[in-house]
Design a protein around this ligand. Structure first.
Ligand code: GUN
Length: 293
């Protein structure tokens, strides 16, 4: 059976380290790292994520600000708030939770965030730095950055020459994940909904990353023996076995099947999910260090 990759544990390690470094920074008389999280509307999943981000920021000893805006907030109102946060020296990181209501142009909002405060790593400047291998000064999107840490925990830092298949081509996960694996000298293939014979392609992967948002799509016979499987999906599905109307969380990978083939695999929940928030804290701390010179 596969080794279970305990993302919760690794994330707690990261948060502990961020907390210690924050205390050290404050000891030098620098400003507290400041994180502003902005949420528009009432999407329940987004509310849970945002509350968790704000709570973890406080736990790290950060200055933590949350803007909770009604769904009818105009694009201009949101742009004005971002303008204020861009200009506020107490804020090092700005995160606008996605998705945004459809009357707001999410792309325009993201590109308005100052690149040096873009702790999500979604601004073109940071996307470009990652794409050109300028990893020293880029903010890397939190979910792929966290996934890389988990991969390095099981395979070590040298991933050179390994075959990596990333299933999913989103700007938030698939594309930055592929760029990180490429920067680590993997041979990378990005698969998507039009890919032919996905199962056969997946079976070539030493590192298989699933980020498509389709419950249990990756089956056990898609997994090469000994592969490292990273499941980015978080899908809520009906669980009639738990009682009427009950639900449960599953990933994009059929865990029980895949675990019989994989060398190591992330569970859902408790795998990649906790890493996303931990890496947001790490990015915010890095931003505060840069601002402090
Ligand atoms: N919605 C889902 N994932 C993310 C993320 O990583 N950042 C933001 N801002 N919104 C999200």
């Amino acid at each position: 059976m596969a080794e279970l990759i305990d993302g919760k544990n690794v994330a707690e390690d990261v948060v502990r380290r961020v907390k210690a470094l924050t205390a050290e920074l404050l000891g030098k008389g620098a400003l507290k790292p400041g994180l502003a999280v902005v949420i528009v509307g009432e999407d329940p999943a987004s509310q849970v994520y945002v509350a968790s981000k704000s709570r973890t920021a406080k736990e790290c000893g950060f200055h933590s600000v949350q803007h909770t805006l009604p769904a009818e907030t105009s694009e201009q109102e949101l742009l004005d708030i971002i303008g204020e946060l861009n200009a506020d020296p107490a804020i090092n990181g700005i995160l606008v939770q996605l998705p945004l209501p459809s009357h707001i142009d999410a792309g325009k909002i993201i590109q308005t965030i100052a690149p040096q405060k873009d702790v999500d790593g979604f601004h073109f400047i940071n996307v470009g730095k990652l794409g050109t291998g300028e990893l020293e000064t880029a903010f890397v999107p939190c979910t792929p950055a966290g996934s890389m840490l988990l991969i390095e925990r099981v395979r070590g830092k040298d991933l050179s020459g390994l075959n990596a298949v990333v299933v999913g081509r989103s700007n938030i996960v698939g594309k930055p994940m592929a760029n990180l694996l490429l920067a680590a000298n993997c041979t990378v293939t990005i698969a998507h909904s039009r890919t032919k014979d996905l199962a056969a392609l997946a079976r070539t992967a030493d590192i298989l990353v699933a980020a498509v948002g389709r419950p249990e799509m990756v089956r056990g016979d898609w997994v090469k023996s000994g592969a490292t499987v990273i499941d980015v999906g978080i899908n809520r599905i009906a669980a009639p076995e738990k009682g009427e109307g009950k639900t449960r969380l599953v990933g994009d990978v059929a865990y029980a099947e895949a675990a019989t083939m994989a060398g190591a695999i992330t569970p859902v929940p408790g795998g990649v999910g906790p890493m996303t928030i931990a890496m947001l804290m790490a990015n915010t701390l890095a931003s505060a260090y840069l601002a402090a010179g």
